[in-house]
Design a protein around this ligand. Structure first.
Ligand code: NAP
Length: 282
């Protein structure tokens, strides 16, 4: 299959590597073709498009690998140039906003050829230099088709993700956003906040006293600020609910600590340790 990836970053670049290994032809479209030349030289892609329009016309599948805040504009840019029968999908971390943005650009309905998607795989690094082979192996990819989506388009996208080792799930955009607010977007915000508190303390000597726990908890704070600004805004209703519930729980914890409530702390920590033990293996 001929796949065009618009936005050859961490996710787009990693997908390109695996798709080429699976025998597909991959063309990259970026805002600056010259900057993507190394991707061609390193064999990540078959071609880097100088002319987006003719590359898009030849595509059977187009993957939009851009930040969620840029999806609408990117879709509007590519839409007139994709052929009938070409399927378009995205990899954005939020899904309600993507469905709304793309539908709004198309007179209120999600076009039948557009399959909203989100691979639950990634790292705190960005750009195609950070892309890796095998990023999606054993990972889940959530697709959130709507009543307007062509089932054959969903199948084409599902098949592609399965070929790179992922397990495909479908759910509504709302269910996706509520779940990911807790499992992905909230941890990101907590990591930023903890790192911010450390930076505020501003004491160079503190850096000598960092252990693996602090490193682990703040790893996500090294992520791209634009990407996460977009995600926080795009999923703000669900993220806000998750943040406020977290604040309540933190308040309960602070109250138990302030009161020196040994029994309450012991019970709370034992309950979460038990929940942690029941997590499925990574
Ligand atoms: P990334 O490494 O920064 O790559 C995004 C690419 O999009 C860039 O290389 C850039 O390519 C292009 N781009 C950036 N800003 C743009 C703009 N304003 N307009 C048009 N193109 C733009 O980001 P990523 O981590 O791969 O994330 C891409 C998408 O995957 C995002 O929607 C994100 O929510 C989602 N996602 C990320 C992760 C993760 O862990 N990072 C996981 C799952 C899903 P050019 O400069 O060549 O145009």
């Amino acid at each position: 299959m001929h796949v065009v990836i618009v936005g050859l970053g961490l996710i787009g670049g990693s997908l390109a590597r695996d798709l080429r290994r699976a025998g597909h032809t991959v063309t990259a479209c970026g805002r600056d073709a010259a900057r993507l030349a190394p991707a061609r030289e390193q064999g990540l892609v078959d071609a880097v498009a100088e002319d987006w329009d003719s590359a898009l016309a030849a595509a059977e599948l187009v993957v939009l690998g851009v930040p969620v805040g840029a999806l609408r504009e990117t879709y509007v840019r590519i839409r007139p140039h994709v052929s009938a029968g070409t399927v378009v999908t995205d990899v954005g971390s939020t899904k309600g906003s993507v469905v709304r943005d793309i539908a709004a650009a198309c007179g209120g309905h999600l076009p039948a050829h557009f399959v909203p998607g989100h691979p639950i795989a990634g790292t705190e690094h960005s750009g195609f230099a950070a892309s890796v082979e095998g990023l999606f192996a054993g990972r889940r990819v959530v697709l959130t088709p709507t009543a307007d989506t062509d089932p054959a388009a969903v199948e084409r996208v599902s098949d592609l993700w399965r070929q790179v080792g992922a397990q495909v799930l479908t759910m509504t955009p709302q269910a996706h956003d509520a779940a990911l607010a807790l499992t992905s977007h909230l941890p990101q915000m907590l990591s930023y906040t903890l790192m911010g508190q450390f930076a505020e303390a501003g004491d160079g000597a503190l850096a000598q006293l960092i252990g693996s726990g602090f490193r682990g908890m703040t790893r996500l704070a090294g992520s791209d600020p634009v990407l996460w600004r977009d995600v926080a805004l795009a999923n703000r209703a669900q993220l806000s609910l998750a943040l406020h519930r977290y604040l309540e729980r933190l308040g309960e914890l602070a109250a138990a600590i302030d009161a020196g409530d040994e029994a309450r702390l012991g019970k709370l920590f034992a309950a979460v340790q038990d929940a942690h033990r029941r997590l499925p293996p990574a």
